[in-house]
Ligand binder design. Sequence first.
Ligand code: F6R
Length: 367
Amino acid sequence: DKGGYKHFMAKEIAEQPRVLSAAADYYLGGRDTADRMGRELLESIDFSNVDRLVMVACGTAALACHTAKYWFEQIARLPVEVDIASEYRYREPPLSDRTVALFVSQSGETADTLAALRYCAGKARKIVSVVNVATSSIARESDVALPILAGTEIGVASTKAFTCQLTVLATMAITAARQRGHLDAAAETKLCEQLMAVPRLVGQALTCEEEVKKIASHLGHVSDALFLGRGAMYPLALEGALKLKEISYIHAEGYASGELKHGPIALVDDKLPVVVLAPSDALFDKSVSNMQEVMARGGKIIMVSDQAGLSEGGEGVWKTIEMPTIEGPFAAITYAVPMQLLSYHTAIEKGTDVDQPRNLAKSVTVE
Ligand code: F6R
């Protein structure tokens, strides 16, 4: 049931404030403090005597891991390795019992992710998974399985599962930080509040849809696009590019903004749209200078930022998408919304099959 929406993808994008709030509540014990299941699951991982976290997944789920790496390193001071499952499983990577191995999968049935999990079983200290389907193989074969509580995701392009994965990984990073002695009570409360604010911020971000539609009416006619970001916005740039490729079949690439001058800047001409994810944070000035390098070569910038960022760095850009002002490290969850909407409306503009893109399956159970 599409609940009045034209596509499952649109419905699933719109559901995010509600499902994110359910996920944050479950793990941070918001309204329903009687239910401590989520907290207990998190505590049971025990990051205190761990010296490495290995995160393995495929596609969008791997990009959720890549984003969360920034949080685990910055907040919990835990060294993190992220890899895609199809590479990890055949690399014979050495593993010690001071490593937590974490697998992220919406379906819980992705063949490569499951094989990587089996490789780690018996070697790592603990096998942890972050899944949407609680009865899945990956959940069943884990020591600790954390549900993302997104509800069934039907659209092939992952949307609400991605932001719920990020939310759960954020609660895990906060818990790990406390267990490892890197967070006093006040700092923990602040991070929890910042994460609890995300569902409301995502709701605000959804109001950019009209602006995004106008931009999509142009994007529907380009052959290539570039997505740039720094810090946790870098994996999100990869996700924006992946989403656009998947459902609109436009060739798109994501890059870390700082890599621009090491190659991809050669692609820039007056036809290339370049989406820049640049919230006004500590890296903002660096992002603006990368943006100016693109503009100097005629590239058409679509700048995604908050009010302060747009007024400080938005001069001369082609289009803007305004996001709410966000405190703290979790802005990437909210900035996922314009990435989803941009690919959705571009696909509508092109008339492609949004919920069932060609050549793709919802669950990849073969290698
Ligand atoms: C992208 C997408 C895929 C999946 C990937 C992993 O929109 O949906 O990249 O993220 O196939 O699937 P799960 O999470 O089921 O392991």
